[in-house]
Design a protein around this ligand. Sequence first.
Ligand code: NAP
Length: 336
Amino acid sequence: MVLSIFYTHLKSIHLLGVGKVGCAFLSLLDQNKYKVTGVSDSKYTIKNPCGLDIAELLKTKEQDKQALSSYKLSNEISENNSYLRNTSEFCIDTSPTNLKRSEESFKRSQKILQQGSCLILAAKDSLFYGIDELLNEYPTQIGINAALGGTGRNLIQHLQTLRNYCFAISVVGNATTTSIIEDIEKGSTLWEGIENAGRNGLLESDPTFDLDGSDALIKISIVAKAVFGFKYQLNKIERQHIQNIDPELIRYRKKIGKTTRLIGKANLDGSLKISYDEVDLNSPLCTTHFSVAYQYHLNNNSNLIFTGNGIGPIGTAKSIIEDLTSHSLKRETKND
Ligand SMILES: NC(=O)c1ccc[n+]([C@@H]2O[C@H](COP(=O)([O-])OP(=O)(O)OC[C@H]3O[C@@H](n4cnc5c(N)ncnc54)[C@H](OP(=O)(O)O)[C@@H]3O)[C@@H](O)[C@H]2O)c1
């Protein structure tokens, strides 16, 4: 009898950020294909070249959300930033989106990419700072699917066409406000809508980010920067806090067979705005709170419309895994 032993190379991953999305990602990861060799939060990095015990890690985080340091296995624990000497094949960034730190995050992303790792982002700050540079310099190493609600792979795939022919972009990228609007249309108050979004895991850790329009603004700015190359100063762009919308107007639009969505709009002339607009029910922008829509208007009177359902921690984690799978396959094909 001949015994065959198959050796499967487990691809190594370093995870930045072990919050809601990071934990959802770990819980969905196929451990027959990948090993997590490092994890970082805001204070610590834990490493084990043989692979960390994911079940143990998730259990520790469940018991004490703050405590990466209390993950007491025989792993190397160090102060943060040691991931910059990262040697993993993939780095998954689920750290917070913090625009005040966007340049720092951008430099961190560049460093990770320069080391040859593939970088998959749910965090949006480094993309806000320099998505065009990252895509131009590292086109085969970067994944942005999760940062754009599951539409980032489409954007990369069609980027050249969009750069050549797109003159305007309309985005309904924030599912939280869509959910709140749906609830108001059904008769709920604004606060009931917000509470419901929170219960369904749709609110960011800092809910203001969703509610004051910042998240929607960041998303339209990211895609506009990727396609048109403009850098926007967000503090100069008007945005409407959801608490200032008129519930009666929302219900009136519903009554006349229309709806309302928070739409980000960018144009080739450099203009950018976000507002709660009336939307036809048959418009591609008439999403439900389970999806987002990115509509790219092209010169020849046609549109490219990408919809995604990378919503909430699990949906976002699935979008990360789509990127991970696709980049793994590309790397395998390259090495064959
Ligand atoms: N939640 C969603 O549905 C969703 C959807 C799409 C995209 N996103 C994006 O995904 C990212 C994560 O969201 P989340 O909801 O999982 O946030 P979260 O629950 O607040 O988790 C953030 C994690 O990042 C860690 N962290 C903070 N600063 C860090 C640093 N400098 N380096 C490495 N890790 C750091 C935090 O550690 P500490 O505990 O030590 O602070 C925490 O573990 C955000 O950028 C968000 O915009 C979220």
